[in-house]
Design a protein around this ligand. Structure first.
Ligand code: AMP
Ligand code: ZN
Length: 665
């Protein structure tokens, strides 16, 4: 093995190992920074040396493959459903039925019932070859490209795994990640996702696997299927799966009787609230695989397994008042303030009422006794009202018509659930929220400036929009609470540095409703500079790939505002980047004279057709396919393996997008 190949192999092994420690065992063995550095190193080597391409390399986790139609795939072994039980009697009846059908002692493997989307993974020779959703149990959708981006799914197994087998599990979205996703959505003025389960199963069917890669999904495994697996019991198979690198929660326990099963149920009915993901019961399985085979299946479920469903936690309490919060986009959220009550191990004081329709539908009123349930949501939700306990004096809830902060009349657009305060420039929480978004990590990433300081700056009258930040002086901020010479200096430096932030991030930072990171990237790439976006009409905008009417309208609205125009002009004046830095796009040279260049893959900062135009504008020729005449290849991500092989055979060098753009600078 030559040294480059060895280097690539070592990096892959090392990264795979860190991945396993972090995502499967939950014990990180490297810092994020070091991990990213090594991953980049591997990526660069792989681009330079396509001959060592491996579909299961850790670099493939970032996704990129787009699936337009998910291929329907027949399950080699059917994916059954489970029978449900709700009481001790149900379980005892089940045991009686089992004992009639098998001889000898019966032991039970007890597991948690993870609430997500079921998945069947096929491994051959230790490699993940296929991931298929449950579908109707007989056939499902092939979602392999998306599943590969989930870090707890091993792409390559370790230890003494069987040659070929299926393993079943559940794709879940842990609460932490779910809540983070929702915070971001709320910031963008979008409706939050309702619960982790639907969000997890929706994620599997996203067309762009790079989007799936961004979602913090996990895969928890519970069943091995196939011939000659070398195991005799369910419990053993869980252990084996762990050894091969799968994530199998260690809550699983062996029970020798239904009484012990019930102990397991009782324990988890309480402790499940401390788990990082959602569960909706436990699953009890006859442990001995020989006995499982004797018991077989009914038309829809195995006779050897039984789900036991937890009762949903619900309490009743008094609704003391309804208050209304104003978000950064002006969206109003009604909040129910409750008489504090214990629910699922925490004290609940508030619940979301979502919007005016929800309040009307539930007919909730102040002083009502309401039912509160805790699902996967950030805060609990109100299910309904106990009408028997409604006081005679009760009055219907009238939704507010004015902004609680600035008293402007609220508006509600046709077809939208949320009310908005339209006082864009004068409503304090909107003004502050917008600047807080502007400085946030994923936007302008201004070091030394925090959300509370922003609120202080606004309330002290030092700034009233984000362009004012660039005129702040050290002397102005020094007198603020908790500011010292050093921190004031850091703040001013941080603001200065943000002038290096790339255009697409500035565009995101502006806080245009519905323009998240991905949309901002698309717009920046398409229009190249802020003026072109500002001048784009609704029709222009909707013609851009993946820009819908809702986004387009919001962009047009934003630039229709004279104030925004002034703010953007000021940003320009201060030197904030308001155009793509690939200014090479405009120049024409003879730099590539005589070169025949082949372009392949997906690019970050320019489109493929722009790249071709660049080659021609600079005197080169675009080659249609790789041949001995090709001078070199510019490769983005996801270059096909056959092209790589061909390039290698003809000894043609491959350069990255960045290297190419540097050539022209
Ligand atoms: P149901 O959808 O209610 O019929 O329940 C059956 C589903 O429970 C299966 O399709 C699995 O996706 C899911 N499930 C979650 N955890 C487990 C587990 N530990 N064992 C078996 N199935 C499970
Ligand atoms: Zn307002």
């Amino acid at each position: 093995m030559n040294s480059i190949e060895q280097q690539i192999k070592n990096l892959r092994d090392e990264l795979r190992n860190h991945n396993h420690n972090y995502y499967v065992l939950d014990v990180p063995s490297i810092t994020d920074y070091d991990f990213d550095t090594k991953l980049k190193q591997l990526q660069e080597l792989e681009i330079k040396h396509p001959e060592f391409y491996d579909a299961n390399s850790p670099t493939q986790r970032v996704g990129g493959a787009v699936t337009k139609n998910f291929e329907t795939t027949v399950h080699e072994h059917r994916m059954y459903s489970l029978d449900n039980s709700y009481s001790r009697e149900d379980l005892q009846d089940w045991e009686t039925r089992i004992k009639k059908l098998v001889d000898g002692d019966v032991q039970y493997a007890c597991e948690l019932k993870y609430d997500g989307a079921s998945i069947s993974l096929t491994y051959e020779k230790g490699l993940l070859v296929k991931a298929v959703t449950r579908g109707d149990g007989f056939q499902g959708d092939n979602v392999t490209a998306n599943i590969k981006t989930i870090k707890s799914v091993p792409l390559q197994l370790k230890g003494d795994y069987p040659d070929k087998f299926d393993i079943r599990g559940e794709i879940v979205l842990p609460f932490d990640g779910f809540n983070k996703m929702n915070e971001e959505r709320i910031e963008l003025g979008e409706e939050p996702y309702r619960n982790p389960r639907n969000t997890a199963s929706g994620s599997l069917k996203l067309q762009d696997s790079a989007e799936v890669a961004k979602r913090p999904l996990e895969c928890l495994l519970y069943n091995l299927t196939g011939a000659n697996l070398g195991v005799n019991t369910q419990y053993e198979s869980l252990d084996k799966a762990r050894q091969w690198g799968f994530k199998v929660p260690d809550a699983a326990k062996l029970a020798l009787s239904i009484d012990e099963v019930l102990e397991f149920v009782d324990y988890w009915d309480i402790h499940r609230h401390n788990l990082p993901y959602e569960t909706d019961g436990v699953v009890i399985k006859v442990n001995n695989l020989q006995q499982q085979e004797e018991l077989g299946y009914t038309a829809k479920a195995p006779r050897w397994a039984m789900a036991y469903k937890f009762k949903a936690e619900r309490v009743s309490t008094k609704l003391k008042s309804i208050t209304y919060q104003v978000g950064r986009t002006g969206a109003i959220t009604p909040v129910a303030n409750l008489e504090p009550v214990e629910l699922a191990g925490t004290t609940v004081k508030r619940a979301s009422l979502h919007n005016a329709d929800q309040i009307e539908k539930l007919d909730v009123r102040v002083d009502d006794i309401v039912y509160v349930e805790k699902g996967g949501e950030i805060i609990p939700k109100i299910l309904g009202v106990d009408l028997n306990l409604r006081p005679a004096s009760s009055e219907i809830t009238n939704y507010i018509t004015e902004c609680p902060e600035c008293h402007t009349k609220l508006v509600r657009k046709e077809g939208e659930a949320q009310h908005y305060c339209p006082n864009y420039m004068g409503c304090n929480p909107q003004v502050i929220g917008r600047i807080q978004h502007f400085i946030s990590r994923k936007a302008m990433d201004i070091d030394g400036l925090g959300g509370e300081t922003v609120a202080l700056l606004v309330n002290e009258g030092l700034i009233s929009n984000y362009s004012d930040l660039y005129e702040l002086s050290k002397e102005q901020v020094m007198p603020l609470d908790r500011m010292a010479e050093k921190s004031a200096e850091n703040l001013i430096n941080g603001i200065e540095h943000s002038k290096n932030i790339l255009f697409q991030r500035v565009l995101f930072a502006l806080g245009i409703r519905y323009v998240g990171e991905t949309v901002a990237k698309k717009l920046a790439k398409h229009y190249k500079n802020i003026d072109a976006i500002a001048q784009a009409t609704l029709e222009d905008l909707v013609n851009v790939d993946e820009i819908g009417v809702k986004i387009a309208e919001s962009v047009v609205d934003f630039f229709d505002s004279e104030e925004n125009g002034l703010i953007i002009n000021r940003l320009k004046g201060f030197g904030v980047q308001l155009e793509l830095s690939a200014d090479v796009l405009l120049v024409q040279t003879e730099l590539l004279k005589g070169d025949i260049v082949v372009v392949t893959g997906v690019f970050e900062s320019v489109s493929r057709s722009e790249l071709k135009k660049l080659i021609e504008d600079n005197g080169g020729k675009v080659g249609s396919s790789i041949s001995s005449k090709t001078s070199y290849i510019v490769a983005g991500s996801n270059m096909g393996p056959s092209k790589k092989a061909k390039a290698e055979k003809l000894d043609i060098s491959i350069i990255s997008e960045d290297e190419f753009l540097r050539k022209l600078k």
